[in-house]
Structure formats: structure tokens, C-alpha cells
Ligand binder design. Structure first.
Ligand SMILES: [Fe+2]
Ligand SMILES: [Fe+2]
Length: 189
């Protein structure tokens, strides 16, 4: 058993533990606040399809920044790749946990499965880029191919499949999907 050293105002050990717990609580609160703030930013874009479109645009902006970097900017490339992974992972959870299941419930199973398959390759690109040296000669070409694939997928969602889904749903069902999507967004933020 550890004996605490008394110093008049409580043990040294318990002070250290209290400080650590205090720091943890503050950290958790900050994290929760950050998550809610991030999702509120998303929610301010409006309905589910508008939120997802805004996330598509934000993702392409990260790609733009990545493509502006040179091979010597390795730290910047690593940081931007991390940002890209976070944005794509949050977006994937919202779509895979809410939107694609709703598509399947409304007769768009094949399309939902194709989109889900695309998401698998998004993770493949992130995995492979994560293993590459940012200064690698082929890094830029890999990012360019990744961006092309993501943009094609986004356009199919925005221009074809999401409008189809919106039209199939009642106004109440569309609103319910926005609420469900925001909940997923908070978890993933
Ligand atoms: Fe998607
Ligand atoms: Fe999307």
C-alpha cells in the first residue's frame, strides 16, 4: 500500500491524483464542447443534403491545400492528411450510419452499396498515403487520383442520388434524417 506524505493540506499523492482528474474532466469538457461546436457549424448549413454538400466542399478545400504543398513541406503534408482523414471519417459515419441505410429502405439498395464500396477505397487511399513518405515522388500523383475518386463520388451523391432520396421522403422523414445525421456528426466530431 502506498503511504501518502502528509503536508498539512492533504497528501501529495491525492493532490497529484486530484490534479490529474481535474485535467481529465476539463479535457473531456473541452472535447465535448468542441464536438458540439463543430456539429453546430455543420447544422447551420441546414438540411441533411446541404450539410453533406458543405462537408464535400470543405473536403475538396483540404485537397486543394494538399496539392499546393511541395515535397519539402513534409510536416504540412502530414498535418493536412490528418485533417483530411478526420473530415472524411466523420462524413463517412454520417452517410454510412444514416443516409445509406435510408437509401436501402427506399429502394436505392444497389446505389447505396456502390457508394459504400467507394468509401472502402477512400479508407484504402488514406491507409496507403499514411504509409508513404510525404516527400515520395509518387505522393502528388496518389493524392491527385484520390481527389478525382472522391470528387466523382461526391458529384454522384449531390447531383443524382441525394436529390432522388430527398424526393422519396416526406418532409417529416427528411427532417428526421437531418436530426439523425447531426447526432452521428457529434459522435464523430
Ligand atoms: Fe459518400
Ligand atoms: Fe458524401
Amino acid at each position: 500500500m502506498v503511504q501518502n506524505t502528509k503536508n498539512g493540506s492533504g497528501s501529495t499523492t491525492s493532490k497529484v491524483v486530484s490534479a490529474a482528474i481535474g485535467g481529465l474532466v476539463v479535457g473531456l469538457m473541452a472535447n465535448a464542447g468542441r464536438k458540439v461546436a463543430m456539429q453546430m457549424m455543420d447544422a447551420s448549413y441546414g438540411e441533411w443534403d446541404e450539410i453533406l454538400k458543405a462537408e464535400h466542399d470543405a473536403t475538396l478545400m483540404i485537397f486543394d491545400k494538399l496539392q499546393e504543398t511541395g515535397p519539402d513541406e513534409t510536416t504540412k503534408r502530414t498535418m493536412l492528411l490528418h485533417q483530411l482523414k478526420h473530415a472524411l471519417t466523420k462524413h463517412a459515419l454520417e452517410e454510412e450510419n444514416v443516409v445509406y441505410p435510408t437509401m436501402r429502405e427506399n429502394g436505392l439498395t444497389e446505389a447505396a452499396d456502390e457508394l459504400n464500396n467507394d468509401h472502402g477505397y477512400v479508407k484504402q487511399f488514406l491507409f496507403e498515403l499514411g504509409k508513404m513518405e510525404p516527400a515520395d515522388q509518387t505522393w502528388g500523383a496518389k493524392v491527385a487520383e484520390f481527389r478525382r475518386r472522391v470528387e466523382t463520388h461526391q458529384r454522384e451523391e449531390e447531383n443524382t442520388l441525394f436529390p432522388q432520396l430527398r424526393d422519396k421522403l416526406s418532409p417529416e422523414a427528411n427532417t428526421a434524417m437531418t436530426t439523425a445525421l447531426n447526432k452521428e456528426g457529434v459522435i464523430a466530431a
